[in-house]
Design a protein around this ligand. Structure first.
Ligand SMILES: Cc1cc2nc3c(=O)[nH]c(=O)nc-3n(C[C@H](O)[C@H](O)[C@H](O)COP(=O)(O)OP(=O)(O)OC[C@H]3O[C@@H](n4cnc5c(N)ncnc54)[C@H](O)[C@@H]3O)c2cc1C
Length: 295
């Protein structure tokens, strides 16, 4: 019944695994996976799932998720097909599934400053807005004008203030069933060569300092106030620590990487050990930045 409905409203699969949909490459089978082609289909799907009390999870590029091995018997909705964008004078309209690194690079080529800070963040517009993702002292809240949200069955626009952005948070954390559908971001004209050089330089630095060739969900912990998570992890001697196929990266100790067949269980075991030892030694509670799901 669910399957027949979803097949009518998007590209449907019942053979997907979280490990194929997340950058950490962990996680078990998903009972129902669907990719709506447009926002009307998304709206119909979500309204149906809500009124039938069927659990669902919306994902972007899966770059902030650690997923468990057990079967997820709800519906995973990928927004990867909502991937249109359009430059309109001094703003860009982008759908939730647009990949940010490629949009950042397209904008820079045309001399638009907007997403340079995010060019190394491997997520989609919707995921970056959800997280208020950021780097190099910039974050999505600096560039968002308005966000189109599917809220209680209706599409509405929320302005920057109404998104309640704060450090790696937005109003969406308080409303996990709302969905970002698209956004308007502000643009500023700058020299394309300078923008591209800045982004290339930052990517070079990321490659030098982060294990970008390994499967991960990015930084595992938030940086505590006036400190760095990696320093505290180094301080308890966990750089390079491993359990089965999961390892604290020798290159950057706030990245916990999957060397092959790593599981969320191994990942979380390491997380809890680090949290306990850091608390014991420094009295600091490290808070996870990555989200665990279905585990
Ligand atoms: C190598 C690497 C480097 C990284 N560097 C950074 C960095 O510098 N700064 C930083 O902030 N993060 C960084 N990250 C983490 C991650 O890329 C960001 O958190 C990003 O915002 C996640 O986007 P996503 O599309 O992959 O979201 P997903 O991982 O798919 O989802 C994350 C959360 O957002 C929700 N979500 C996704 N799309 C929507 C939507 N349309 N509507 C409502 N909710 C939605 C999901 O339900 C989930 O709860 C890094 C990750 C990696 C792997």
């Amino acid at each position: 019944m669910i399957k027949e409905f979803l097949e009518l409203h998007g590209e449907y699969h019942d053979d997907k695994y979280f490990k194929d949909l997340t950058t950490a490459r962990m996680g078990g089978h998903i009972a129902h996976f669907v990719m709506p082609e447009n926002k009307q289909e998304l709206k119909v799907i979500i309204n149906y799932l809500k009124s039938n009390r069927i659990q669902f999870k919306v994902i972007g590029n899966g770059s902030n998720l650690i997923c468990g091995e057990s079967e997820y018997d709800g519906v995973v909705i990928s927004l990867k097909k909502l991937n249109a964008y359009e430059i309109r004078n001094d703003e860009v309209y982008a759908e939730a599934g647009v990949m940010v690194p490629s949009l950042a690079s397209q904008l820079a080529k045309q001399g638009y400053s907007c997403l340079e800070f995010a060019s190394g963040i491997p997520g989609c517009i919707g995921g970056l807005i959800y997280m208020n993702a950021g780097a190099y002292k910039g974050s999505m809240s600096d560039v968002v004008l308005e966000v189109e949200v599917l809220k209680d069955g209706e599409l509405i626009w929320l302005n920057n203030d109404e998104m309640h952005f704060s450090y790696r948070r937005s109003i969406l954390h308080d409303h996990p069933r709302w969905v970002v559908v698209s956004a308007r971001l502000k643009l500023e004209k700058k020299d394309p060569a300078q923008l591209e050089e800045l982004m290339a330089d930052r990517l070079r630095r990321r490659k030098e300092t982060q294990p970008l060739d390994k499967a991960s969900a990015g930084s595992c912990f938030r940086n505590p106030e006036n400190d760095f998570a990696w320093k505290l992890i180094d301080g308890i001697g966990y750089r390079g620590y491993s359990q089965n196929d999961v390892c604290v990266s020798p290159k950057h100790s706030n990245f916990i990487i999957n060397e092959g067949n790593g599981t969320a269980q191994d990942y979380l075991d390491i997380v809890y050990q680090i949290q306990e030892k850091v608390k014991e030694k420094y009295g600091v509670k490290l808070v996870m930045e990555v989200e665990k799901f279905n585990c």
